[in-house]
Design a protein around this ligand. Structure first.
Ligand SMILES: [Zn+2]
Ligand SMILES: [Zn+2]
Length: 134
């Protein structure tokens, strides 16, 4: 089991299952939502996320039609994202985890929208847009 929290630690959660492939997402929404070059995301099964504190602090913002980004309304940290088209899954940000999840990124995605000021220096595959569904 993995544990995680937002920055102010009022929202805390557990992930009671395996993480899906970790992708480094350079899409415009992830850049703005994180304030940096990309976000490190993994899909989990929706049933595997247990909010253990702070549920009432979570707000959701629909960043694109059908894509809702949940964040802590006190500190602004992303907590998870959910996609209407994938009701059985959620996406979490690896930066909110307390432990080493044991998995490593498999690809950069949405590289076509990559920030001009950031240079990818690793050997991971680079996909111009979104990753194919797994
Ligand atoms: Zn918070
Ligand atoms: Zn993204």
């Amino acid at each position: 089991m993995l544990t995680g929290s937002c920055l102010c630690k009022q929202v805390r959660f557990e992930v009671r299952g395996a993480l899906g492939p970790v992708r480094l997402c350079h899409c415009p929404a992830c850049k703005r939502a994180t304030g940096t070059a990309f976000s490190a995301n993994a899909r989990i099964r929706a049933q595997d996320l247990a909010l253990t504190a702070g549920r009432a602090l979570i707000s959701e913002y629909e960043s694109s039609p059908g894509i809702r980004r949940a964040f802590c309304s006190r500190c602004g940290s992303p907590v998870y994202a959910r996609v209407d088209a994938e009701p059985d899954g959620l996406r979490i940000r690896l930066g909110s985890l307390n432990e080493d999840p044991g998995v490593r990124p498999v690809a950069h995605v949405w590289v076509g929208d990559k920030a001009d000021w950031f240079t990818i220096t690793d050997e991971l595959p680079q996909l111009q847009a979104r990753a194919p569904a797994r």
